[in-house]
Design a protein around this ligand. Sequence first.
Ligand code: NAD
Ligand code: DAU
Length: 352
Amino acid sequence: MKERRKVLVTGGAGFIGSHVVRQFVRDEKYYVVNLDKLTYAGNLENLKDVEGKANYKFVKGDICDPDLVQKIFADHDFDGVIHLAAESHVDRSISEPLEFVKTNVLGTMTLLEAAKNLWSQEGRRFYHVSTDEVYGSLGEDGLFTEKTSYDPKSPYSASKASSDHFVRAYGNTYGLPFIISNCSNNYGPNHFPEKLIPLLINNIKNERPLPIYGKGENVRDWLFVEDHATAIKLIYEKGRIGGTYNIGGLNEWRNIDLVEFLCDLMDIKLGREKGASRTLITFVKDRAGHDMRYAIDATKLNKELGWSPSLKFEEGLEKTVDWYLENEEWLKDVTSGEYMNYYEKHYSHSDK
Ligand code: NAD
Ligand code: DAU
């Protein structure tokens, strides 16, 4: 058998990372090393089905640790890196911005330095996974394209924008072969229940209030996580070096409409009376600096590489709800201990 292509995935125990790792491990031509610190958001339960596979290795560690990162690069002679490790929750970035600078900026820099110092041969690629939040906030019309100017508004998006800039700067200055993609909101299995959709599923299940920031009029463009992972694999394999690709669901929802839709779906799934879960909706104090609308134009990715989302939102959401209802232990584990401290601290002060 030909030698496998070695790829380093960072943050592979998180929500999107675990789906990316699974897709690459399933493809026998790859050998995948997953470097993850296992923060509150990282969970090896997400990767039970790849554990023990001959073409997979997990390393617990911090992307901000230069010695560790240099050693991993030296040990493995990677063909490429897919960098997903990050602090990813906007609300946490508002209360603890420095953590976001450390991981998202310094951590990315540490990886870039290792790649720059150790990658002398051609044919490698540093793929940085980023977000549409770097573009700021849209009004009622328009879509983010790859040409939209950066205008990050939250500490999270500022840290991601900064890391995008450093990746491009390493390409321009040192010739590092890079690719960046900027994706809209993901949803699906293994999503940590601090984010809107899994938080709502957990609260509806437990008949707890459903906290909606402001008037619930903010709009997000939702994409099923497996479709994002498929796009990442395609871009990693066929994307143009130095290129940027926007990834999105063409699927805009106002938060309040999404919540109502999810309530009605879960009433059916849980055998509750129609309208029962909607009574849990509670409008709370708005997020500081809350971006009004995100929406992605993914034409370039579609035209160049033929990607489009495979699932309709209604199907993806039903799959997601089913997964959470079938994986009660996963949900119980991640919502015990520290999660409740976070939850109490964040939501106890959020009355209007
Ligand atoms: P997540 O919070 O679920 O997972 C992050 C992972 O990174 C966890 O496994 C965590 O343990 C790991 N990690 C954090 N700090 C680390 C460090 N210092 N060293 C090593 N590992 C560390 O995040 P996610 O939602 O899966 O997002 C993954 C990436 O995709 C992020 O870069 C995020 O900005 C980007 N992204 C997310 C979305 C979304 O909707 N979730 C959309 C677009 C882009
Ligand atoms: O757009 C991509 C981004 O999407 C990613 O880069 C981020 O990592 C990811 O967390 C996500 O950011 P958002 O801030 O859009 O996602 P979140 O699930 O936190 O919130 C979605 C919307 O729901 C947003 O308008 C805020 C609102 N919201 C959120 C929570 C947690 C509520 O109304 N109530 C809540 O309790």
